[in-house]
Design a protein around this ligand. Sequence first.
Ligand SMILES: Cc1ncc(C[n+]2csc(CCOP(=O)(O)OP(=O)(O)O)c2C)c(N)n1
Length: 382
Amino acid sequence: MSTISSPTGHQLPEEAIGVLSADGYIDPTDSAKDFLDDATAIDHERVAEMYRLMANTRRIDQEGVHLQRQGQLVLWTPSLGQEAAQAGAVTALEDRDWIFPTYREHVMARGRGIPDKNVFDFFRGAVHAGWNPNDYNMQPYTVVLAAQVPHAAGFGWGIAQQQRGWTDARRAAEGRVAIACFGDGASTQGGIHEAMVFAASFDAPVVFFVQNNYWAISTPFEVQSKVPLFKRAEGYGFDGFAVDGNDPIATAAVMDRAVDHARRGGGPVLVEAHTYRMGAHTTADDPTKYRTSEEEKQYAQADPMVRTEQYLRRRFDYTDAFFDEVEAQGEQLAASLRENIVDADDTVSLREKFDLVYAEEHSLVATQSAAYDRWMEDEQAS
Ligand SMILES: Cc1ncc(C[n+]2csc(CCOP(=O)(O)OP(=O)(O)O)c2C)c(N)n1
């Protein structure tokens, strides 16, 4: 696979669209020409919004690791390092669009206004899903790899049916898009193939958004795929783009165009955002077992937060006042989250959970429920 070294030492396919250098200067890759005007036209308000989403999520992400270590969460999935990719994607959407996430889209959840407590309740094992999808147009986090991608394709097909016969103007004003998020590891699941074929066949308005963070737990990307993932789109008959996912304005510009294409009835698009999972896969993982500290140091230079901050300072004259205010907001969010989470006694009991699996009684659940009751009786008797 031909790669270029971005100014950060981040390896990208030669077709990757990138605009910013590590220190926030405009320094486009050869493939960025067609997106450069759009990326640099993104106004300071949107860049600042992306920064705020990224910074606050990073603060809460850190809290997630701490709370898990303190026994308050069952598990936590850090989004550390992937914030720009997600911020570019979520700010490209309208509220009426639907997000089909994995288990790591914390910036996107924040972008949708989902309270931290709801996200954390999922990781406490307190609820089956942290929020009502209809309230935020965002599906629950999905742990079964790629399961959400055929869902997005089916949802997109439904949208395409509803919007049949709409004028271009109506599509632009009211049309909806589904974004299917997945990782490089999940990209090799069979369901993704089926979803891409299906979405292409029916011109479903789906943006397939893969965050290639180079690792699927301990499996490196070069084992996962011999070609950059964006190239697969051609085989399905739609456009694919590779973007430097640690560059917020490049990602935003590429996602804007992908979403617009789908919204106007042009069918699906695949966007591969090249990023890096700077943290562990989850709090149950120890990356020192399979990757070197040299590699981690190299990618630390591509930190999307640093780049976004530098761009705001250099291009738009943002000062400490803004960054201090965002930091204080993050501290406040973290404090209020801790207050709501630590030793919270609103967890649904295991007994109650049996009643929440299906709307109607199910024989298998009834059998398990009875076994649980017998086990509890034995426990109490002993
Ligand atoms: C169907 C299925 N198979 C295996 C797993 C176990 N598993 C959880 S995460 C993961 C790696 C996923 O890597 P990737 O798709 O690159 O996403 P990332 O976690 O890096 O964001 C695996 C194998 C699972 N959750 N679901």
